[in-house]
Design a binder for this molecule. Sequence first.
Ligand code: BES
Ligand code: ZN
Length: 456
Amino acid sequence: MDDILSQIASQEEATLSTLFEFLRIPSVSTDPALAGEVKRCAMWLADRFREAGFAAGAHPTGGHLAVVAEWRGAKGAPTVLVYGHYDVQPAEPLDAWTSLPFEPVVRDGNVCGRGASDDKGQLLCHLAGAAAHLKARRRLPVNLVFLIEGEEESGSVHLEPFLEANRERLTCDAVVVSDSSQFAAGVPALTYGLRGLAYLEAILTGPDHDLHSGSFGGAVRNPANALAAMIAALHDDAGRVAIPGFYDDVRPLEAWEREAFGRLPFDEAAYRRGLGVDALWGEAGYSTLERVWARPTLDVNGLWSGYSGEGAKTVLPSKAGVKLSCRLVPDQDPDRVAELLEDRLRALCPPGCTVEVRRLHGARPVLTPVDVPAVAATRRAVERAFGAVPVLIREGGSIPVVETFGRMFGAPVVLLGFGRPDDRAHGPDEKLNLDDFRAGVRASAWLWEELGKGGA
Ligand code: BES
Ligand code: ZN
């Protein structure tokens, strides 16, 4: 592998400037005003794949374009599908960033900018790892198909029909996804579980217009007060979600998992301090890692009503709204949970108010197989590149398409994250450590080698 590793080293500057170019495109999938930038990003990315020697195109999906890039010159070798996403979350609030979100800079050994870790930096590791093989040897040890979508951050709603329509072309022996994290700095990880998601919005209406809170306060139900009480009723005192049936399909943690999570080098006090809170909170009877990785939750993601500008306004609002999400674990079903939550909100809505519920996106939870050759090959590749054996973890986030891959192709999905838990994904000052980026490129190059040796 010396030829490939020195190729990677010689390309380091060029690879970094490609990353910077990528990060300068504000490909925020949820914002209709930026649809042109999302499209430009897809075209730009397809160009980079073609430059590296792939047959690549940006394809319509009914939503944002999906980039597909193929190299199929390894006759008889396995076919590996690499999935990633070129879209990013909105950068707001802008004034919370140290430098501008779409003007990447290097600070303290990190590339800072929206998408640095989630997922542009991570997916670029794989393009660079594959490009090094092609440049040094004019071939790859496996057939590689990249599928890089533009709607992951808004629920991947058009991706399943796209996979259906391109089933043959995308059929593969293994899937590799780098859209998660290491366990900690210097502790690389292979992830075998992701939580799912059920997301909805509820709007409570009381009086049909805003009222003077002196003239009418005490006479009508205030929808903001009512909504606060409804939200409070969604948890019990033990931190459990108080919705009938919510836990019915929850698969309990296995004994070996509780034991393995307990052995991980997790410093709870440092974790707490890193979040700036004086106490952690969660479901009684579970550790922090268990709560985040393997237990379902319900959280307010947005809440609005009345006057929230400077100073005081004496008003009794007509409406109050909340965005609620549940993180799900196997074998919970997003539609079923959304239905239970909707029913509960309707039952809790008091006289004097009406509630309107809108369901937003969802994702299925997954557990991926770990006793497969592709995972063993990935372990070896990570050890070579990071100098440490990866630990096995679950994660609390969601990647909607992962469950679809397993179901549709029956192929094992390997979740290999190069980022760090404190990369501030989705938040201000998102970053990716440069050493992790470099190790990620090397891990990718090793991965194709190991998978080619019969590891998939
Ligand atoms: N990269 C994340 C998923 C992730 C987060 C994996 C943390 C492991 C740890 C992904 O881009 C993401 O944020 N997904 C969304 C999906 C949702 C919009 C359906 C999420 O989890 O909120
Ligand atoms: Zn992501």
